[in-house]
Design a protein around this ligand. Structure first.
Ligand code: PGA
Length: 255
């Protein structure tokens, strides 16, 4: 299938950055710079920034996402936010299973699977993150690692519901290090992920699922990464905090 039939997605992952006021000014800077974009532009902002961000992006082509959510709808889970709460605010996307959540907050493949299903139930699109650490790459087990993460995360997710899932390949060694994967390295794993989806769901699903690359993507390396056949967009951390850099990446995705 022609890659051009999949809409590119450029998603910013702001992580734990920006107060509401700071978020407001960054969003105001970003909106005019990306207004003609044909690709989907998403900003995954901290929870507390969501209401203002949704308000500011009304009637624009920028969508607001969250960075995580709990898998239960409500209940005694102090400090947590549910997918239902996010959807009631107008959130269209949320990251699920980011490696920082897996590493620092002990999220497991099992809870990631539950989160993913909770998100889909609320008609929110999940940006499911998978990726190997440096040791696993050096041991040549990258494919086994991502295959396992994907199959466990997608357990019980129907082919129809897969329409609500975007997969982000984020090698842990490339995140926040300034050392992106080489375009060919990223392409190889993204192609492998597509073949894993083909094995699980068949050709139609594999050809339509969006697969993003994330890990030190910036305005300099984006064009080359985004040209690759199986890379349909990017999940961008550091460079999404700079309106110009982020908009250059969006431009590269529009080429
Ligand atoms: P980075 O972060 O672009 O700063 O490497 C990417 C991510 O963690 O999603």
């Amino acid at each position: 299938m022609n890659k051009n039939l999949r809409q590119p997605v450029i998603a910013g992952n702001w992580k734990m950055n920006k107060t509401v006021d700071e978020a407001g000014s960054l969003i105001k800077d970003i909106i005019p710079l990306v207004k003609d974009s044909e690709c989907e532009v998403v900003l995954c902002v901290p929870f507390v920034d969501v209401p203002a961000a949704v308000e500011l992006t009304k009637n624009t082509n920028v969508k607001i996402g969250a960075q995580n959510c709990h898998f239960e709808e409500s209940g005694a889970f102090t400090g947590e936010i549910s997918a239902k709460m996010l959807s009631s605010l107008g959130v269209k996307y949320t990251i699920v299973g980011h490696s920082e959540r897996r590493a620092y907050f002990k999220e497991t493949d099992e809870t990631i699977n539950k989160r993913l299903k909770a998100v889909i139930k609320e008609n929110i699109s999940a940006i499911l993150c998978v990726g190997e650490n440096l040791e696993q790459r050096n041991q040549n087990v990258t494919e086994q690692v991502v295959k396992r993460q994907i199959s466990l995360a997608l357990q019980g997710v129907s082919e129809e519901d897969l329409n609500r899932v975007i997969i982000a390949y984020e090698p842990i060694w490339a995140i926040g290090t300034g050392k992106s994967a080489l375009p060919q390295q990223a392409e190889e794993v993204c192609a492998y992920i597509r073949s894993a989806i083909r094995g699980l769901y068949g050709d139609v699903a594999a050809d339509s699922v969006a697969i993003l690359y994330g890990g030190s993507m910036n305005e300099k390396n984006a064009a080359e990464l985004l040209q690759k056949e199986n890379i349909d967009g990017g999940l961008i951390g550091k460079s999404s905090l700079d309106a110009k850099a982020f908009s250059h990446i969006v431009e590269a995705a529009n080429q």
